[in-house]
Design a protein around this ligand. Structure first.
Ligand code: ADP
Ligand code: MG
Length: 304
């Protein structure tokens, strides 16, 4: 369906005047809130369900991320390695074999996810580019699939190459092997965001980068997110990264992953490197680390 059209910000509230009270029931959608952008209802994923090697990766996950008209939300999904972060993210993306869930419902805009769709863009940790395509052709790939015409496709791709901080003139004709890890991840981000997905799914995208490059990429992402006004799900096992980037953090327990706690943190308002060495930031990180340890112990005690 055509749910990729962004709603204009000033359209959702014409004025405060109440409607004429009608005797017949009015169309209910005029007053109902839009469905959450993403909602999980009792979602469990068991790999190889019903077989001897059945393995439950996430269990009974429930959350909802509301639709915010002109700014998307930045959700960080934080948890230890193997706790099911990628499983959760790929369920939203509708990617197999994570999709479909074994139990429960995964809803995007109130509709069950049936598979991948252009409303959801994914960025993985390993820089997923086509080795045999130039930077420009990598970024243009999605538009090409969509049938966007040559000139517009090139213009938009070049625009996004610039947006992610690459040099259009110098880098557009390079091949992935000629780029550093950070640059390749910029290409991967441009490739996904050139399509203006409403939901951006990022799976430890900066996990393989050196600390300085990582700070720069975090700053880049914050800027892009504000520009796109999309809802972001950002998976990481770095507490610092989750606290810096997220507005809301879902803390996952170790396997089988379940949401231990939802934490609200202030959004980033300064460059990553600056903010992350401030005492208040370090305190927040420390507090969350303690919370994780405490909740893990409690969870273990109740689960046996
Ligand atoms: P994370 O991203 O948090 O590291 P994953 O979601 O990748 O965790 O995996 C969660 C658990 O599920 C892990 O123990 C992993 O080994 C297991 N798992 C992931 N994918 C599969 C699969 N396709 N088949 C079987 N087990 C899987
Ligand atoms: Mg993972």
């Amino acid at each position: 369906m055509t749910d990729t059209e962004p709603k204009t910000a000033d359209e959702h509230r014409e004025d405060g005047a109440p409607q004429e009270a009608a005797d017949a029931p009015v169309v209910p959608s005029a007053t109902t809130d839009p469905p959450p952008v993403v909602e999980f209802k009792g979602v469990t994923k068991t790999y190889s369900a019903g077989k001897k090697n059945a393995f439950t990766a996430i269990r009974d996950i429930n959350f909802r991320v509301e639709d915010r008209p002109d700014t998307g939300e930045f959700v960080a999904v934080l948890g230890p390695s193997g706790c099911g972060k990628s499983t959760l993210l790929r369920l939203i993306a509708g990617l197999k074999p994570q999709h479909p869930a074994t139990e429960g419902e995964v809803l995007v805009d109130g509709e069950q996810v049936e598979g991948p769709g252009p409303d959801r863009g994914m960025v993985f940790q390993d820089y997923t580019s086509f080795d045999n395509r130039t930077v420009l052709d990598n970024v243009a790939f999605g538009l090409e699939c969509r049938g966007t015409g040559g000139e517009e496709r090139e213009a938009r791709s070049r625009e996004w190459i610039g947006r992610v901080g690459l040099d259009v003139d110098k880098d557009a004709d390079k091949y992935p092997y000629q780029l550093s890890g950070g640059m390749r991840q910029r290409v991967a981000i441009a490739r996904s965001l050139v399509l203006h997905p409403r939901i951006i799914l990022m799976d430890e995208p900066f996990g393989a980068l050196d600390p300085m490059t990582r700070f720069r990429m975090q700053d880049l992402l914050v800027g892009l997110w504000r520009h796109l006004e999309a809802t972001v799900f950002f998976v990481t096992h770095s507490i610092e990264e989750a606290v810096y980037l997220g507005e809301r953090i879902y803390l996952l327990s170790s396997s089988p992953g379940t949401i231990l706690q939802e934490i609200e943190v202030p959004p980033p308002d300064r460059p990553a490197q600056e903010m992350q060495r401030e005492a208040s930031f370090v305190d927040t990180v420390f507090g969350i680390r303690e919370t994780i340890e405490r909740l893990e112990i409690e969870a273990e005690a109740t689960n046996g």
